[in-house]
Design a protein around this ligand. Structure first.
Ligand code: HEM
Length: 297
């Protein structure tokens, strides 16, 4: 089994920090990625490469393409591509702060930091609305099958694709809903996480029930709540062996299948959306052989 970045399947950490970078200079990009590989072990920092970066390096990763947008009223989904994504994971926010400085410095010859979002674990792994998030994630072998590419060849096996969206919640609007409407929006009872069999078709878990797709659409969700001075929400992060499970789910959430929009959109909306390819590991470092070069030298 090829080595994947362990942070893809590991439990959500206490603290997270998401960095996105844009490419400033093609010339130093390879050297900068080599420097990043010295700092990011796939566990303390999961790394994803965007299509624009791969293009600039004259590389193609089969299966990586543009993030889908939705312009449907009440279910707007934007695409905000980036060259490089780092998900810093840890137990202490100060450590993450200093690690992000080190990464930023290492990448500085070729990349510019575009955004940094601090995220945190809420209780046992809840969205900031209080609902348990991640309950139906696949486990054990099924998690590996859902999230890690295989049978694609050396340099690609062990990799993952990731969909990342920053969602901003309207908590005042959410708080104004009755408990019953809140539970029906999610399709689960917040009090005890009980799945509501009679929830409406717009309920989030009815929209996204992984077994209900053909083929089944299993994902490894590793989302984390975030907040700043005035806003809060969820950084939705879903890893897959390909992007098709995410796309099938997003299509149904936005009403693209049957016109029914996911009830989540009543109180939250995505403000970013991007895809990245997360390379496998080789001898504890990012394996970029699929890009036609090694980081060893
Ligand atoms: C603010 C955005 C979102 C919030 C707050 C949210 C929250 C939740 C919650 C509370 C659950 C139920 C427990 C669980 O199984 O994890 C859930 C399930 C799920 N969500 Fe989301 N979610 C969001 C966005 C998305 C998006 C964008 C997708 C995919 C396009 C997605 C896919 C899923 C899937 C696959 C399940 C499990 C469904 C099942 O098989 O039962 N979610 N989500």
């Amino acid at each position: 089994m090829s080595k994947f970045q362990p942070g893809v399947l590991a439990p959500v950490p206490l603290h997270g920090r998401y960095l996105t970078f844009r490419l400033k200079s093609r010339v130093g990009a390879r050297k900068a990625l080599r420097a990043l590989s010295d700092l990011a072990d796939g566990d303390n920092c999961v790394v994803g490469l965007g299509q624009s970066l791969l293009r600039a390096l004259d590389c193609t990763i089969p299966g990586l393409h543009r993030f889908p947008v939705s312009t449907r009223k009440g279910a707007v989904v934007p695409a905000t591509p980036a060259a490089l994504w780092c998900w810093l994971r840890g137990a202490e926010r100060g450590v993450l702060f200093h690690r992000s400085r080190a990464i930023q410095n290492a990448l500085a010859p070729a990349f510019v930091l575009d955004s940094a979002i601090d995220a945190f674990r809420h209780g046992s792994g809840r969205d900031i609305t209080g609902y348990e998030d991640g309950t139906e994630n696949p486990k054990g072998r099924k998690a590996v099958t859902a999230a890690i590419a295989s049978g694609m060849g050396a340099g690609l096996d062990g990799s993952s694709f990731v969909a990342v969206q920053q969602w901003v919640h309207d908590l005042a609007r959410f708080d104004a809903l009755s408990t019953k409407t809140q539970d029906n929006s999610m399709g689960r009872r917040r009090r005890d996480n009980f799945e509501l069999a009679n929830a409406p078709a717009s309920a989030h878990v009815k929209r996204t029930a992984q077994e209900s797709f053909t083929p089944e659409a299993f994902l490894m969700r590793r989302s984390m709540p975030w907040s700043d001075a005035t806003r809060a929400g969820l950084v939705f992060v879903a890893f897959g062996r390909s992007l098709s499970a995410f796309e099938a789910q997003l299509k149904r959430m936005t009403g693209g299948e049957d016109g029914i929009v996911d009830a989540l959109f009543r109180f939250t909306q995505p403000v970013t959306g991007a895809y990245f390819w997360c390379p496998p590991l080789k001898r504890g470092r990012l394996d970029l052989s699929a890009l036609g070069y090694s980081l060893d030298g």
